[in-house]
Design a protein around this ligand. Structure first.
Ligand code: ARG
Length: 264
C-alpha cells in the first residue's frame, strides 16, 4: 500500500475525476489509514511504499503490478501522468527480495485489470490494459488468461467491476462477484459460463465501488456505501468489513485500488 500523502485530483483520466472539485489530503490519509488498519486487525501483513510528490495516483497500488507465486509482472501505464509510478514500484519489488521481476512491453495496469482466481487470470481490456498485455502476462506468469471486454467508462478497470471472493482450489471453483453491465455481451457469457453461482451487484452497489473490494476468502473489506452487496455477501457466509473511501473515490478508486496483493 502507498499512503496518499501527495493525493490530489489535478487531472482527469477517468469519469470520476473532476479537478475543479476540492479534495482533502487529511481525509484521504485518514480513510487510507483505516483501510490499512482493517487489514492488520484481520491478521494480514501490510507493506508500505514511500509515496512520491507529483504522483497523486500512486496511492492506487493495485495498478503497480501483478504478483503470482512470487513472480512479478510490473506495470506500464496508459496515462502519461502515471507513467513514472512503474519504476518506483519496480524498485520496491527488487529491494524487497523479489527476484523474478519483469517489466511489460505492452500497456498493463497491474491488478487494476488482472485478477487471479486461483486457477486463471481474468484480464480486462477496453480502456486501459492493452489486449496484447494479456498474452504477455500469460507468458511471464505462466498462468492461463481469460480476456474480458469492459464497455462502461465508469468501470474502466476490471477491479471496479469484479472481485474474487474465494480463490479456486483443486476441488472447488472460485467464487466471484461482478457487475454484469460493465461487460460486453460475449464477455458476460464467458463469466456466466465460468461462474454460474456468482454474486451479481446492483447499479447502486457498483456505483459506490462495491466491487472494488478485497476478500481473504472469509472477510471482505468493501466500500461502506455498498450496503446491498454487503448483505448479499453476509448471506453467503462472508464477513463484510465496511470502510469509507469516499475521498479516494474522487480519483476513481476504492479499497482494492489502494491494495496490491503480494502472493509470494
Ligand atoms: N485515478 C486513477 C486512474 O485513473 C485511479 C486508479 C484506480 N485503481 C484501480 N485499481 N482501479 O488511473
Amino acid at each position: 500500500m502507498c499512503p496518499p500523502r501527495y493525493f490530489a485530483v489535478d487531472y482527469a483520466i477517468n469519469p470520476w475525476m473532476d479537478p475543479s472539485k476540492p479534495v482533502s489530503v487529511d481525509l484521504a490519509m485518514l480513510q487510507w489509514t483505516e483501510l490499512r488498519d482493517t487489514y492488520r486487525k484481520l491478521g494480514h501483513t501490510v507493506e508500505e511504499i514511500e509515496p512520491v510528490e507529483g504522483l497523486p495516483d500512486m496511492v492506487f497500488a493495485a495498478n503497480s503490478g501483478t504478483v503470482i507465486d512470487g513472480r512479478v509482472l510490473g506495470a506500464r501505464f496508459r496515462a502519461e501522468q502515471r507513467q513514472a509510478e512503474a519504476e518506483y514500484y519496480r524498485r520496491w519489488f527488487v529491494e524487497h527480495g523479489y527476484r523474478d521481476v519483469v517489466m511489460p512491453t505492452k500497456i498493463n495496469e497491474g491488478e487494476g485489470d488482472l485478477t487471479w482466481t486461483g486457477s486463471v487470470l481474468l484480464a480486462g481490456t477496453g480502456f486501459r490494459t492493452d489486449p496484447a498485455a494479456h498474452a504477455e502476462a500469460q507468458e511471464v506468469l505462466g498462468v492461463p488468461v481469460v480476456t474480458l471486454q469492459l464497455v462502461d467508462p465508469r468501470y474502466y478497470h476490471l477491479d471496479t467491476a469484479l472481485m474474487v471472493l474465494t480463490t479456486a482450489t483443486e476441488d472447488r471453483p472460485a467464487e466471484v462477484a461482478y457487475y454484469p453491465k460493465a461487460f460486453s455481451p460475449g464477455s458476460l457469457r464467458v463469466l456466466q459460463r465460468m461462474f454460474p453461482d456468482a454474486v451479481l451487484a446492483s447499479d447502486e452497489d457498483a456505483e459506490t465501488f462495491g466491487l472494488n473490494g478485497v476478500s481473504d476468502g472469509r472477510n471482505v473489506v468493501l466500500s461502506a456505501q455498498a450496503v446491498g452487496l454487503a448483505e448479499q455477501l453476509a448471506e453467503r457466509g462472508y464477513q463484510p468489513h465496511l470502510v469509507d473511501m469516499s475521498e479516494l473515490r474522487k480519483a476513481g478508486g476504492g479499497p482494492k485500488c489502494c491494495t496490491l496483493e503480494l502472493r509470494d
